[in-house]
Write a protein that binds this ligand. Structure first.
Ligand code: FO1
Length: 319
């Protein structure tokens, strides 16, 4: 069997951007394992923000301004809900709402999250496999100094990531089963390499790695595993990664992220602005590729994805 499958781990907007670049090159030779610990029940609906961000991005339907939700969105539902005094802190656009309504209906009818996701992706013309990290409910809970424990979306959206984070836990993780498809892929002979997308290491990648069996399967891989930095020049490209690094006592740098993946990855993709950190990261026992990691245009995403794949192949050739 040809070793032609790339497995990517992703969550959030940055992760989806690289996933799109990889998908443009690889098509069905790409499987993306997506964080579902940001999922929550809202207004009676099952909302899966990271799955939807990846799905809309790969389908060319994502809102280019926010990175989440759909392009060309209208907000009649939210306006009507607010007028009636309903909960309006989490913005569900009219088109996006259809996804949550249909997903919720099918989950209640007994389908798995993986089956619903696969079908929605097929209907939207996505060739790559989009795999939730688990079919079971795992929920990120953020412990904060000021306000105690907050459910992830309450901390992220409602409280705008403001309360300082002390601890993060993934409720339900012990009982969650990894997707059999993901475990079989990782245990088989088809995988060419693994790519950790430029996603938040604490709330996007850590939950995936914490699903029982997933981290161990990745550790057992005998093909290159690389991560792409979500931090450039000491700042997160998007989201609270830099704030979380600081509050959780890590260096606020690409090296701080690389250290989170020590022992798990063979290569780290560092932005050219941080090239001076190359030696420090190599000291963590990983090879380093310096690249332009900013993904503004579609061409940027494809170019970076191509460089990441070349890096994977170079590491494989070096043994
Ligand atoms: N993020 C926000 O900052 N504000 C919102 O109102 C919001 C709504 C929303 C609706 C659907 C969806 O799929 C994502 C949405 N997001 C929103 C983004 C989401 O909170 C984050 O992308 C992640 O959970 C963090 O990766």
């Amino acid at each position: 069997m040809a070793r032609d499958q790339i497995v990517a781990l992703a969550g959030g907007v940055g992760g989806a951007k690289l996933a799109l670049g990889l998908a443009a090159i690889l098509g069905e030779r790409l499987s993306i394992v997506v964080n579902t610990a940001d999922d929550f029940e809202h207004l009676g609906l099952h909302v899966s923000p990271d799955l939807d961000t990846v799905m809309y991005t790969l389908a060319g339907l994502a809102n280019p301004e926010t990175g989440w939700g759909r392009a060309g969105e209208s907000w009649n539902f939210m306006a009507a809900l607010s007028q009636l005094g309903g909960e309006s802190w989490f913005n569900l656009g009219d088109r996006d709402l259809a996804t949550h309504v249909e997903r919720t209906r099918r989950l209640r009818a007994g389908e798995t999250l993986a089956a619903v996701t696969a079908d929605l992706c097929r209907r939207l013309g996505i060739a790559s496999q989009v795999l939730p990290m688990s079919n079971d409910a795992v929920r990120t809970v953020v412990a904060t100094a000021e306000e105690g424990e907050l459910d992830f979306q309450h901390w992220f959206v409602r409280r705008r990531c403001e309360p300082a984070v002390t601890v993060i836990r993934f409720a339900g993780i012990e009982g969650a089963a990894a997707l059999p498809e993901a475990l079989a892929l990782l245990a088989g002979e088809a995988v060419r390499g693994l790519v950790i997308c430029p996603s938040n290491p604490f709330v996007s990648v850590a939950p995936i790695l914490a699903v029982p069996g997933l981290r161990a399967s990745i550790e057992r891989l005998r093909v290159p595993r690389v991560a792409v930095t979500p931090i450039v020049g000491g700042q997160a490209i998007k989201g609270p990664a830099a704030k979380m690094l600081a509050e959780l006592g890590h260096p606020v740098s690409a090296a701080g992220v690389a250290a989170c993946y020590r022992g798990l990855i063979d290569g780290f993709v560092l932005d050219q602005a941080d090239r001076s950190a190359k030696g420090e990261i190599e000291g963590l026992g990983m090879r380093v590729l310096v690249a332009d990691t900013m993904m503004r245009t579609h061409a940027d995403k494809r170019r970076l994805a191509g460089e990441v794949l070349d890096f994977v192949d170079k590491l494989a050739a070096a043994g």
